[in-house]
Design a protein around this ligand. Structure first.
Ligand code: GLP
Length: 259
């Protein structure tokens, strides 16, 4: 596992974009797993800049991790809409090559199974971008999710719905109660995992995922058993990691002490 601690979210985004660009150069038909949420925003911004400078993304396929159940794709906070706004457009991807689970399907369980099967038919994700939830969740795999789980319908915890209420005008009741999510087994099958986390509020989850026991209670601890993982953190998100994990190096580089 490669762990790098960088000064701030913009630096994390730039370093993460460099990982994606390197993967794309070595494999023009890259199957890229994309995450939603705030964490990958600077990464998508940095990649969009590279695309404006001429980076060719015409061969890329993108597969989203998850989607709310019951929100129409036209809802601005559906992950269909978020991925179109933050990934498809800015990275210049062909919309036909961008895939998001169908959370508005009449039978979301069948649509989850179809998504898993369609992803498997591509040969799987080459590079998976990941954020991390405050409780250590990955995609919408909440604590307790089985290690071998596949794409399925899951209930969301109150904590996750509260965290995401900011996207729904602060109204937790407006946040759907269920989602379709790739499972931990699905995510773990990707060739390379790229985890980005920024901000002091992620520090506990990051430390638990990277240094704690591998456990279903911390879904993101799956990174400890994956053969190719890159973790990019800002100093605040790294503040509970031991110095051997690079926090010391960030301080030496003149980074302000996190709160
Ligand atoms: C959301 C998403 C995850 C994301 C996480 C953290 O609920 N389903 O894919 O990684 O929570 O989000 P953020 O990056 O906004 O903190």
């Amino acid at each position: 596992m490669r762990i790098e601690v960088l000064p701030d979210a913009a630096a994390v985004g730039a370093a993460a974009a460099a990982v994606v660009v390197a993967a794309l150069i070595s494999r023009p038909h890259l199957v890229l797993g994309v995450a939603t949420g705030s964490s990958p925003g600077p990464l998508y911004d940095a990649l969009a800049q590279r695309v404006r400078e001429g980076l060719d993304t015409s061969g890329v396929q993108a597969w989203a991790l998850d989607e709310y159940v019951g929100l129409p794709a036209s809802h601005p906070e559906s992950y269909h809409a978020v991925v179109a706004r933050t990934v498809t457009g800015p990275l210049g991807l062909d919309p036909a090559s961008v895939h998001v689970p169908d959370g508005a399907a009449r039978d979301p369980h069948a649509s989850a199974a179809d998504y898993e099967a369609a992803l498997a038919r591509t040969g799987g994700v080459d590079l998976q971008i990941l954020g991390i939830g405050h409780n250590g969740h990955l995609a919408f795999n909440e604590p307790g999710s089985p290690a071998g789980s596949r794409t399925r319908v899951v209930p969301l915890t109150v904590r996750t719905r509260q965290a995401n209420a900011r996207f729904f005008g602060g109204d937790v009741d407006a946040v759907p109660t269920h989602a379709i999510t790739q499972g931990l087994g699905t995510i773990g099958a990707a060739g390379h995992l790229l985890l980005v986390a920024t901000g002091a509020d992620k520090a506990e989850a990051v430390a638990a995922a990277l240094t704690g026991e591998q456990s279903a209670e911390v879904p993101a601890s799956l990174v400890q058993r994956h053969p190719q993982v890159t973790v990019l953190l800002d100093a605040a998100a790294a503040r509970h990691l031991p110095a051997s994990f690079g926090v010391g190096a960030a301080r030496l580089a003149g980074v302000a002490e996190p709160r």
